[in-house]
Design a protein around this ligand. Sequence first.
Ligand SMILES: C[S@@+](CC[C@H](N)C(=O)[O-])C[C@H]1O[C@@H](n2cnc3c(N)ncnc32)[C@H](O)[C@@H]1O
Length: 291
Amino acid sequence: MTTPDGGYVTVDRPIGQVAASDARRSSQRRELRVIPAYLREVYGWAYLNRTNARLLDRDAVVNTILLGNNRRLRRCLLCEIEPGQRVLHVAHVYGSLIPKLARRVGRNGVLDVIDLVPLQVALCRRKLRGFRQAQVRIADAAQPGDGMYDAVTCFFLLHEIPDERKRAVVDALLPRVVPGGRVVFVDYHKPARWHPLRGVMRGLMGRLEPFAESLWHHEIAEFASAPGAYRWEKQTLFGGLYQKIVAYRPVISGKPEFCAAGTAGFLPRPPPDAAARSTNENSDRIVSGKS
Ligand SMILES: C[S@@+](CC[C@H](N)C(=O)[O-])C[C@H]1O[C@@H](n2cnc3c(N)ncnc32)[C@H](O)[C@@H]1O
């Protein structure tokens, strides 16, 4: 019998079974072709390998990667969502964030999760079994479909994708929220100078996460082609190593908006009364503005 790539296999299984496994292999090859190079080459071991994915898909692993901040960062995202909302969550996240999101939107809400990788979609679907308000589909974050949502959430995806795609993703997600809605990004950020892990993180990113350090040098709003159409709020956590960015879509469009500190120069500056909000136990710094 000939394999799809022209080799021969000797079999002690019924022909039907061999044909099915050949078909599976060729469909896996087809899938690999549509998976972008950055994902295959840099993160393939984590997201495309079934065994590794099963090992990694635990809160303990995520918590280790996030240096003990998993719960805090998760809470930071979940507090942006209200029961009954329609939410688009972009990209599967290992551990229990996804079912927690489903619980948060509740039975009167809708949770739509997308991921590019069929294996990740399958893992996510399994976690969401029993949540009638949730659905999972294969889609690129840069082409999420034409649904409209109260909120779009994105947890540690941007640092894993090249800058060109960051732009495409941010531009694709912002218009998916209704007026009054919000897009929430939780991701890496440049840590404070005094941060004891700054050097270690830079080294790790240089070796393992080649697209992450750009979040140290660019505001997420800078990846949007029309940032001024949204009101941006920024909160940093854990000595600045992490950030939450919320982009609010104004109810009345066309009003001038401004962005968080560090982005002045490409957006109008905040009016004088829009002082930085005081810090709270969950954050290092919150900078926000009124429209
Ligand atoms: C959310 S990110 C990183 C999350 C975090 N490291 C964790 O603990 O899982 C990982 C997911 O992003 C997905 N992904 C990568 N690029 C994508 C894209 N362009 N569109 C949709 N999903 C994408 C991967 O398949 C993977 O499931």
